[in-house]
Design a protein around this ligand. Structure first.
Ligand SMILES: [Ca+2]
Ligand SMILES: [Ca+2]
Ligand SMILES: [Ca+2]
Ligand SMILES: [Zn+2]
Length: 343
């Protein structure tokens, strides 16, 4: 006998209580035991709504790859070698469907995951997870210095978190109940599993392996639990140098190991100067504990700079002191411009 649980935005209908672990992440529990998949599960792609070779497919593939990329967490999710072509995903057919569909069918949500579990006796496990994402979202790359509430990439990573058995948790993470979801920096993929999400995955599906990774982000979580840009607008300064500026700066550690390294802030007329540029400040020896996201206000005096308009970058481990699982998320373009006037 199976029971249905529906995870919908912030609405939860379930036979189980959600358990919060230590700080933030949450998961389903049966008789004190986490409800998990007994073995890896396959998602069946609906190619009518997620055609091969399209941005929705790359968003889905990215979400699968990012969850499986968490070291210390077993690879649980993959795509089935077969597809469906019907217009609706069927719930309760024992097959894990994934599709995009009209938002109205999702109760106005960006995504919905329908989870079915075995009857809870002493423990229980998942038997079906159907994932649907609204087809009015945008599925392309999300700019690191933006705030988006319409990203299919972010939504897929969130819904696949539910498919693993995670509930909502409010933090600088993908399992937040509401958009925007935070991003990592870098010129490549900006949607990734964030520290609290990774910790949850390692808790439910542990392999015992460790991971080393830091990243920079152009977003922060405020004391009122909003995700906002660290910096925005234009800061005007004098070319002779000496002006003091203050920047919010976010570093996350989604690995399992505390890392100490060197951070740098720099400017460039290029918006793709993720390396190089003109250094405006460097900070040696800052430490970031495992599974944390830390935002600080950093205040420093500017050097003399040429007249012009510059993009502002912030990087972590800029001296390559730490070998990481991902190096392409270390340097972020902040959402602010520096206007240097002749004076
Ligand atoms: Ca199904
Ligand atoms: Ca590194
Ligand atoms: Ca990194
Ligand atoms: Zn959700």
């Amino acid at each position: 006998m199976n029971r249905k649980s529906i995870l919908a935005g912030a609405v939860l209908l379930s036979g189980f209580l959600m358990a919060s672990h230590a700080h933030a992440f949450s998961f389903f529990k049966c008789n004190g035991n986490p409800v998990v998949w007994g073995s890896p599960f396959q998602m069946v792609q609906n190619t009518l709504s997620i055609p091969f070779g399209t941005p929705p497919e790359s968003s889905l593939d990215n979400a699968i790859g990012r969850w499986n990329g968490v070291q210390g967490m077993a690879n649980m999710v993959s795509k089935a070698p077969f597809i469906t072509i019907g217009s609706d995903l069927s719930i309760g057919d024992g097959q894990n469907d994934v599709a995009t569909t009209g938002r109205a069918k999702l109760g106005g949500n960006s995504g919905l995951t329908f989870l079915i579990h075995n009857l809870c006796v002493l423990s229980s496990s998942w038997v079906e997870a159907d994932v649907a994402v609204a087809n009015d979202l945008t599925f392309g790359r999300v700019a690191e210095d933006s705030l988006t509430t319409t990203s299919g990439r972010s939504t897929f990573i969130h819904e696949l978190g539910h498919a693993h058995g995670l509930g909502h948790a409010q933090g600088f993470n993908n399992m937040r109940a509401s958009q925007p979801l935070p991003l990592v920096g870098g010129p490549n993929e900006t949607v990734d599993v964030l520290p609290d999400d990774a910790r949850a995955g390692r808790f439910l599906y542990p392999t015992g392996n460790g991971e080393v990774n830091l990243f920079a982000s152009a977003q922060r979580r405020t004391s009122k639990d909003k995700i906002v840009l660290n910096n925005s607008g234009t800061i005007t300064v004098c070319s002779k140098g000496g002006d003091t500026i203050t920047l919010f700066s976010t570093v996350g550690n989604n690995g399992t190991i505390t890392a100490t390294q060197t951070e740098r802030w720099w400017v460039s007329t290029s918006n793709q100067a993720h390396n190089g540029g003109t250094t405006i400040f460097q900070w040696n020896g800052s430490t970031f504990p495992a599974n944390t996201v830390i935002t600080r206000q950093v205040t420093f005096k500017l050097p003399a700079l040429p007249v012009g308009t510059f993009f502002v970058f912030h990087g972590v481990d800029v001296l390559h002191e730490v070998q990481e699982s991902r190096e392409d998320d270390n340097n972020v373009r902040e959402g602010v411009l520096l206007q240097v006037n002749n004076c």
